[in-house]
Design a binder for this molecule. Structure first.
Ligand SMILES: *Cc1c(COP(=O)(O)O)cnc(C)c1O
Length: 350
């Protein structure tokens, strides 16, 4: 199977498994796991932050950040398609008791003006707005990249209004490669940053939340409260550490593969896609000659997995477990399926 559903499907490499097997461990709830400590330190350094804390998932790092920045009844501002709002099972309401005010970004990217328009006067009637969340790269936006200028624009408004800024940087690694900057040049605009090791970096488990020492101390308490305190977590942290050291640079290859795939399928009748929208490793396109679900099933029978979402939308993602050759095969399979389809549609008795 050529699995293009997500960059979460990667399996640890042999070298990564070796690093995991050899990891020094201890009880991390007691602060005794040297590998977890090393991962937290290394990530904080890469992001240019004082401190960091390791957790089992990106959902948890995001939601602990929301909790640590707010009190129940507060309001947070974020794009209507933000992972924090869209894909985290209602957690802002369930775990932090906050309201989400949704901004209408373009492919997940909103502006300082959008934030300014959402600001509320100080008045007894309103919730208190505390936090703005940005997602870079933006998952539902099709792996779109916030530029440093776009971030600075939102940052200026947030700072003037006394709002905190959180980055859902599950794919900050892809953003850094796409922008040609170091991760800390992105992270420096934010009070807190959450990053994932189990997406494009290919580690089996885990995310880190980074920020000031004081903020991370507060976050550690909420991690415990949310059930995210782990014991000999060095086993999995070693995989993340290995990924951090060895798999960041190669994301460039995933981006090249994604762009090539997009350019190829954009020319196939029955597919609607502007390949210039493909900035990183995510390709979102529309199938116009058959329902997306049927397209997904036909692809699966031919050995390619993608995600059909909605009536016509399909998502494909490149990652370290798919080679250029497999991407080429996937293109040919898509071409064949849609050619067959157009013959069927053209038949007089169809
Ligand atoms: C995957 C992802 C997360 C975290 O998801 P988990 O499955 O909880 O690890 C957070 N934000 C974005 C943008 C993501 O794509």
């Amino acid at each position: 199977m050529i699995d293009l559903r997500s960059d979460t499907v990667t399996r640890p490499t042999a070298a990564m498994r070796q690093a995991m097997a050899a990891a020094e461990v201890g009880d991390d709830v007691l602060g005794d796991d040297p590998t977890v400590a090393k991962l937290e330190q290394a990530t904080a350094e890469i992001l240019g932050k004082e401190a960091a804390v390791y957790m089992p998932s990106g959902t948890m790092t995001n939601q602990v950040a929301v909790r640590a920045h707010t009190e129940p009844g507060d309001e947070i501002l974020l794009d209507a398609n933000a992972h924090v709002y869209y894909y985290e099972a209602g957690a802002p309401a369930a775990l932090s008791g906050v309201m989400c005010r949704l901004l209408a970004g373009v492919r997940g990217i909103f502006t300082g003006r959008d934030v300014r328009d959402a600001l509320r006067p100080r008045n007894l009637h309103f919730p208190r707005t505390k936090l703005v969340c940005i997602e870079n790269t933006h998952n539902r936006g099709g792996g779109s990249v916030w530029t440093l200028e776009q971030i600075a624009d939102v940052h200026a408004v947030a700072r003037d209004a006394g709002l905190k800024l959180h980055l859902d940087g599950a794919r900050i690694w892809n953003a850094a490669v796409a922008l040609g900057v170091r991760e800390q040049e992105i992270a420096r605009w934010f009070d807190s940053v959450s990053v994932c090791f189990s997406k494009g970096l290919g580690a089996p488990v885990g995310s880190v939340l980074a920020g000031t020492s004081e903020f991370i101390e507060r976050a550690r308490r909420f991690r415990k409260q949310f059930g995210g305190g782990m014991r000999q977590a060095g086993i999995i942290a070693a995989g993340a550490l290995y990924a951090l050291e060895h798999h960041r640079e190669r994301l460039r290859t995933d981006h090249e593969n994604a762009r090539w795939f997009a350019e190829q399928i954009a020319g196939i009748p029955g597919i609607q896609l502007d390949p210039t929208t493909v900035q990183t490793n995510i390709i979102v396109f529309d199938v116009t000659s058959m329902p997306a679900e049927a397209f997904g099933r036909a692809l699966q029978e031919a050995g390619v997995l993608v995600l059909a979402r909605g009536a016509s939308e399909v998502r494909a993602v490149t990652h370290l477990d798919v080679t250029r050759k497999q991407i080429e095969q996937a293109v040919e399979i898509i071409r064949k399926i849609l050619q067959q389809r157009s013959v069927m549609n053209a038949a007089p008795d169809a």
